[in-house]
Design a protein around this ligand. Structure first.
Ligand SMILES: Cc1ncc(COP(=O)(O)O)c(C=O)c1O
Length: 396
């Protein structure tokens, strides 16, 4: 059987980690995979998570299967966490959610639900988008098209071009939006842009699918929920895929959530039966541990306070690294203006380097960034900033 299977090339991002690990240059810098790192280059476990784990270990008294949608307390806490307490859609009882194996699991189950509702439907994604959106959405059977999003010239969102394409998207299509910290560009929609998208979704009738993988890492938990909350108020139906990998630091525990917002309670219940049925055929029920930790944090005022403080600290640090990077290059009289990095948000920015320049960074300087010139901001530190900026200047 397997003689028909050819070896695949390494994953474009995960393959870089393997190459980085083998690199013997003591000055090497890994700015590839999207994980948060502290000043020492480590991806720390949140103190709130450690405390929640201790509590949970004392409380957990069985390893029997959890129900298919996951812990009920997780779902009842997660809905207002994402949509805001007292959101109209929650009052109208038209939101259902499930725990999912990470944001990827949530995106994939959501895509399967959409494909069940309308086989082979078209989903519009931003150009560019996270490089796993294609496989996750396409594997479910959805057809993928791109709307303009990012301008290489201004390093910002091309809102007019985006809206002029969305103006033609009809009611049998889906539009995928990044809630905040757009991956890979770091360029987010303004409130006015979100309002324009919401008006179009209302008028044209397309279904918004919001991917929220960095809640609290752009401007704050309230601010970063703006787009998803506005859309859930404006349209009868939408999906939200949520990841707890970055903002709770629970990467390997594989925890996320899928929210189904439907026109009424009956439709929402029907949607939930399909979500459970889809998950049953893929992995039966979600992993429990990450969900137990998140529900413990969201359900405990003091743990929540500690968690939020840690998340706020991460965000402030990333923004200061953005400034450090742009200001250092400006001080060194870089032939290009990198100040756009300061106004972008989240883990990523695209430096606008050519493929050959990215390769030179890796081969000559052991600086690892993704081929599109996407750089993980959190990999910058006070220790490596001089070497990093000198290396970039050398290849410009
Ligand atoms: C835009 C986006 N969506 C979803 C995810 C899914 O993350 P995970 O499956 O690790 O929770 C990521 C992670 O990198 C992401 O960047």
């Amino acid at each position: 059987m397997f003689e028909t299977i050819e070896k695949l090339p390494a994953d474009p991002i995960l393959g870089l980690t393997a190459a980085f690990n083998e690199d013997s240059n003591p000055k090497k810098i890994d700015l590839s995979v999207g994980v948060y790192k502290d000043e020492s280059g480590k991806t720390p476990i949140f103190a709130a998570v450690k405390r929640a784990e201790k509590l949970w270990l004392g409380e957990e008294n069985t390893k029997v299967y959890i129900p298919p949608p996951g812990y009920p307390e997780f779902n009842t806490a997660m809905q207002p966490h994402i949509l805001g307490a007292g959101h109209q859609a929650l009052k109208e009882n038209r939101v259902r959610s499930v725990m999912a194996p990470g944001g990827c699991g949530a995106v994939r189950v959501g895509a399967e639900l959409l494909n069940r509702s309308r086989s082979g439907a078209t989903i519009w994604v931003s150009k560019p988008t996270w490089n796993n959106h294609g496989p996750l959405l396409g594997s479910a059977g959805l057809k993928i098209k791109e709307y303009p999003y990012y301008s290489d010239k201004t390093h910002g969102v091309e809102a007019d071009a985006m809206l002029s394409v969305l103006r033609k998207v009809g009611k049998s299509d889906i539009v995928l939006m990044h809630a905040c910290c757009h991956n890979p560009t770091g360029a987010d929609l303004s409130r006015e842009d979100w309002q324009a998208v919401a008006r179009l979704a209302q008028k044209q009738g397309f279904l918004p699918f919001v991917d929220c993988a960095y809640h609290g890492m752009a401007e704050g938990l309230e601010e970063d929920g703006y787009g998803a909350r506005l859309l859930a108020e404006s349209v009868p139906e939408m999906l939200i895929a949520y990841s707890c990998s970055k903002n709770f630091g629970l990467y390997r525990d594989r925890i996320g959530a899928l929210l189904v917002v439907a026109a009424d309670a009956g439709r929402a219940d029907a949607g939930l039966t399909h979500v459970n049925n889809i998950a049953r055929a893929m992995y039966s029920m979600p992993p429990a541990h990450g969900g137990a930790i998140v529900k413990t944090i969201l359900g405990d005022r003091e743990l929540y306070r500690v968690w939020k403080e840690e998340l706020d600290g991460m965000r402030v640090r990333m923004n200061s690294l953005r400034a450090l990077f742009a200001d250092t290059l400006a001080k060194k009289k870089a032939p290009r203006d990198f100040s756009f990095v300061k106004s972008q948000r989240g883990l990523f920015s695209m430096l606008g380097l050519k493929k050959e320049q990215v390769q030179r960074l890796r081969k000559e300087f052991s600086v690892y960034i993704v081929e599109s010139s996407r750089m993980n901001i959190a990999g910058i530190s006070q220790k490596n900033i001089e070497y990093l900026t000198d290396s970039i200047l050398a290849v410009l």
